[in-house]
Ligand binder design. Structure first.
Ligand SMILES: Cc1cc2nc3c(=O)[nH]c(=O)nc-3n(C[C@H](O)[C@H](O)[C@H](O)COP(=O)(O)OP(=O)(O)OC[C@H]3O[C@@H](n4cnc5c(N)ncnc54)[C@H](O)[C@@H]3O)c2cc1C
Length: 441
């Protein structure tokens, strides 16, 4: 039995195979196609949607790990990385080469193949997702053929939902490694719901509880190459200090309750007392301490979640982002819906990927998270209604009620994607019910 990270999706594949090389993947696809079985590559299972679910063959790419080479030209370096590489490993191997990803991605476990398939993003007005860094893709198509995706089709392959084939390797544009300073600070919600806030730093985000007046914010600034060592705490120290501060403020110690990093991470409750949640949340929102830390971007942003949750995240046009976020917070508060975790707000640059939710428009991301063990349906359904009404497109990895009719209406380059899909997977070996539901057959 396979289960995703949140525990909300499971399936029983006919087989799970772990090929060791490119020809192994080709063989798996050919044999499955002959038997009429579906093939589904699977990464770390960190998607909340059913994209990785199959009753066919799961292809585990964990043997396809690591950076295999570098290239690019002076000032524009690239690396080739295998699809099963986790982001933690990618960050570490890049750091060994004095390189880094430009996208501020904070999660360790997702694989390059999975993160690209769904268009994994961080937060920054002019920063793209991991998909935006793709300059080349090698995959095994639905006939078992090894193919390097042509430049003209790259915008289909950079965010493909796994519909084109099993990605083996991607060439990614990277940047020189550098140190940054991250600042975490409470700010009035009204300030966060103003466009100026989002242009204030290269990496910036906020987390807001529906009825709170204070938002928890986090931003990142680059440090000059020879900046003197500062008084800042290092990343681990800052996280510890933040946790202690929250525990002191809240003044309660609940077994199983934990206050990890408020942004990105969790604030409350796994097994704990639901009635404490609102109190805890309000207290967290009143925190008055600024915490800074310096280090490489992936280290200072790292915030492993302390509780499991379900999530819906939508990409709104930047023009409706703040109005949509405000309306969502009001709707959740008015309906008395307890989210348990703050609504997370982030921004991103327009994406060229034909199926990336930020395709063609500056984007504001709105994520609603509900801890596992609570009834997530009323909260998520309320969020879908508001975010859809503001022109949102759901993150492919998140829970949503999105349909193929929505995709047709919201993605102008869908016909181009379908043309490439017909070429790469004419027999629909990689189709699943979840893919059919949003892409059609
Ligand atoms: C705690 C948590 C925090 C998160 N934070 C963020 C965030 O900050 N930003 C964000 O954008 N997302 C976030 N997500 C969602 C997450 O980015 C995606 O779920 C993740 O990137 C998917 O990677 P994975 O390896 O887990 O893929 P899986 O979930 O296993 O698979 C996802 C899709 O990718 C396909 N796939 C996997 N490998 C391949 C391959 N080799 N070739 C072709 N297709 C493949 C699968 O078939 C499936 O369709 C978060 C999720 C969690 C649980």
């Amino acid at each position: 039995m396979w289960t995703n990270w949140s525990g909300g999706r499971e399936c029983r594949p006919t087989a799970t195979v772990r090929p060791l090389d490119d020809s192994g993947v080709s063989g798996v696809v050919r044999r499955a196609a002959q038997r009429g079985q579906a093939v589904r590559p699977v990464g770390a299972g960190h998607s909340f949607s059913a994209l990785a679910v199959t009753d066919g063959v799961h292809v585990d790419l964990s043997a396809f790990s690591g950076i295999t080479g570098s290239g690019g030209r002076p000032g524009r370096p690239t690396v080739r990385v295998r699809a099963g590489t986790t982001l933690a490993q990618l960050h570490a191997e890049l750091a060994d080469r004095d390189l880094a990803l430009e996208a501020p991605l904070e999660l360790a476990a997702p694989t390059v193949g999975g993160a690209l398939a769904v268009g994994m993003h961080g937060s920054g007005s002019s920063l793209g997702s991991l998909s935006a860094a793709v300059v080349g893709v090698r995959l095994v198509d639905g006939r078992g053929r090894l193919r390097d995706v042509a430049a003209a089709d790259l915008d289909a392959a950079r965010t493909s939902l796994g519909a084109l084939g099993v990605l083996l390797e991607a060439e990614l544009a990277v940047v020189p490694a550098g140190r940054v300073r991250v600042t975490r600070e409470p700010r009035p919600v009204d300030e966060v719901l103003d466009a100026q806030f989002w242009a204030s730093h290269p990496v910036v985000e906020a987390a807001v509880f529906p009825s709170a007046r204070t938002a928890l914010t986090r931003w990142v600034d680059p440090l000059p190459e020879h900046a003197p060592e500062s008084e800042d705490e290092d990343a681990d120290g800052a996280e510890k200090a933040e946790k202690e501060e929250r525990e002191r403020t809240v003044g309660v110690t609940v077994a199983g309750a934990t206050g990890r990093t408020a942004l990105g991470g969790a604030v409350v409750v796994e097994r704990a007392l639901p009635r404490l949640v609102p109190r805890f949340n309000r207290a967290v929102s009143r925190l008055a301490r600024t915490v800074t830390a310096t280090g490489p971007m992936h280290r200072v942003l790292s915030s492993p979640p302390a509780v499991r949750f379900e999530q819906t995240e939508w990409a709104l046009p930047r023009t409706t982002f703040l109005e949509g976020a405000r309306e969502l917070l009001t709707a959740l508060a008015d309906d008395g819906l307890e989210v348990g975790l703050p609504v997370r707000l982030r921004v991103g640059a327009p994406e060229s990927g034909w199926l990336h939710p930020a395709h063609g428009r500056p984007t504001g991301w709105v994520a609603v998270r509900v801890p596992r063990g609570t009834d997530h349906a009323p909260v998520l359904e309320r969020a879908w209604r508001v975010l859809r009404a503001h022109g949102g497109r759901p993150h492919w990895a998140s829970r949503s009620d999105w349909t193929v009719e929505d995709t047709v209406a919201a993605y102008p380059r869908l016909p181009d994607f379908r043309r490439v899909r017909d070429d790469y997977d004419p027999d629909r070996v990689f189709a699943t019910p979840a893919l059919d539901a949003v892409l059609g057959d």
